[in-house]
Design a protein around this ligand. Structure first.
Ligand SMILES: *[C@@H]1O[C@H](CO)[C@@H](O)[C@H](O)[C@H]1NC(C)=O
Ligand SMILES: *[C@@H]1O[C@H](CO)[C@@H](O)[C@H](O)[C@H]1NC(C)=O
Length: 381
């Protein structure tokens, strides 16, 4: 009698834990076909600076049907914590990026207004093809090239939680950021076992960035202030553009040099690309970018890349220059900037330029002579 009841008692006691184990088995990834059969996602960070063609490179990825893309998620951090400097905000930016790579969008609770949100609460959400097609929005096809202007009108009312659902349905998550100033901050993400992070470092001739920034000075004012922090108010206003470019040039040099010092296994997760090489030969360079990210260069994307880089895009295309040829746009600074400004800029960005292979012009005559080539291969430090 005693033994029987003891055995019963044991079974009785063991049941809940057996049931628990059974349920755990059911819910563990190996029993969940959605998750188990996909290999783990690839994460790509397009690391760049303002006016460097990063929106264009972002679009190359965003329009790929395997990619969930967001442009500048850290914009929300900089806008919300607007009294901080870039250095003070870098860890908040890094942690946000990590969460977004893992499709955890609750991180935006800290940076968005309370109350019901739509997917349109995201900065520049309409530049993400993934947010314009299923499961986020059913008005476009997932495999189509989707112009952001059309998407903005048709898909803005979708609820915020669609963003997370959409993100989880892709094999690649790609983010574009201009708000990192060194590689050290990002290093923990490169070694994080829950991420498979690849970094595309996009640089552009500082003289072209400078030229382009002049036309967008007001738009960039808030960001410029955050980049320079407290120093901003101490600077003479005419010196500010040069101090800014100096800070940007320095950070690009630091990132490039730090990448060369990574151990081999991580070194191959970093790719430097110059905007000028991309516009010279868009198809070859795009193919290189896709290969680095493990994405096929699909035929409709090849046609599209050829179209937009020859100025045949149908409105709202990613070169913000509508119909002019991208290659000549990348040389616009040579006739638009006064030579004395170029000389001053070449002084503050000297080391970065020589590292990245941007040759200085030594006279106004050389600056205006467009047959003079100003590109050499980047140095390996
Ligand atoms: C490329 O351009 C042609 C001619 O303007 C157009 O008919 C076609 O739809 C475009 N294709 C893509 C994928 O952009
Ligand atoms: C412009 O540059 C090219 C290539 O360096 C050179 O051959 C040519 O003489 C230059 N033209 C003028 C007007 O200086």
């Amino acid at each position: 009698m005693f033994w029987v009841s003891r055995a019963r008692l044991l079974v009785f006691l063991a049941l809940p834990s057996l049931a628990f184990l059974f349920l755990q088995q059911l819910s563990s990834p190996s029993h969940c076909p959605d998750v188990a059969e996909k290999s783990s996602p690839t994460h790509v960070l397009i690391l760049s600076s303002w006016r460097s063609g990063s929106s264009f490179v972002g679009q190359l990825f965003s329009q790929h049907p395997d990619v969930f893309y967001l442009m500048e998620p850290a914009w929300h951090v900089w806008m919300t914590l607007s009294l901080g400097s870039a250095g003070q905000l870098q860890m908040a930016v890094r942690d946000l990026i990590r969460s977004v790579f893992l499709c955890d969008m609750t991180v935006f609770d800290a940076y968005m207004a309370q109350g019901p949100r739509k997917q349109s609460s995201f900065f520049m959400w309409e530049t993400s093809r993934a947010l314009c097609s299923p499961p986020a929005c059913h008005l476009f096809n997932r495999e189509a090239i989707i112009p952001s202007a059309d998407c903005r009108i048709l898909c803005g009312k979708q609820p915020f939680n669609m963003v997370e659902e959409a993100c989880k349905s892709y094999s690649h998550v790609v983010l574009k950021e201009v708000r990192f100033f060194n590689l050290m901050t990002l290093q923990p993400l490169l070694t994080d076992p829950s991420l498979n992070l690849h970094i595309i470092h996009l640089v552009r001739d500082p003289r072209a960035m400078f030229c382009s920034r002049q036309n967008t000075e007001l738009e960039l004012m808030h960001d410029s202030h955050v980049v320079m922090g407290k120093q901003w108010n101490k600077m003479k206003s005419e010196d500010r553009p040069y101090h800014l470019m100096q800070a940007i040039c320095q950070s690009q040099q630091e990132i490039y040099k730090a990448a060369q010092l990574l151990p081999d296994s991580l070194r191959e997760r970093y790719l430097l690309i110059r905007y000028e090489d991309l516009v010279r030969d868009p198809l070859t360079q795009t193919s290189k970018l896709y290969e680095f990210a493990g994405l096929p260069f699909l035929p409709h994307l090849q046609v599209w890349v050829r179209n937009i880089t020859q100025g045949k895009g149908l409105g709202g295309h990613p070169f913000d220059t509508n119909s002019r040829n991208a290659q000549s746009v990348s040389q616009a600074w040579r006739w638009a900037l006064p030579h004395d400004k170029v000389v001053q800029l070449q002084k503050v960005c000297k080391d970065t330029m020589s590292l990245m292979g941007y040759l200085p012009v030594l006279s106004e005559k050389d600056q205006r002579n467009l047959s003079m080539n100003l590109l050499s291969p980047p140095e390996i430090p």
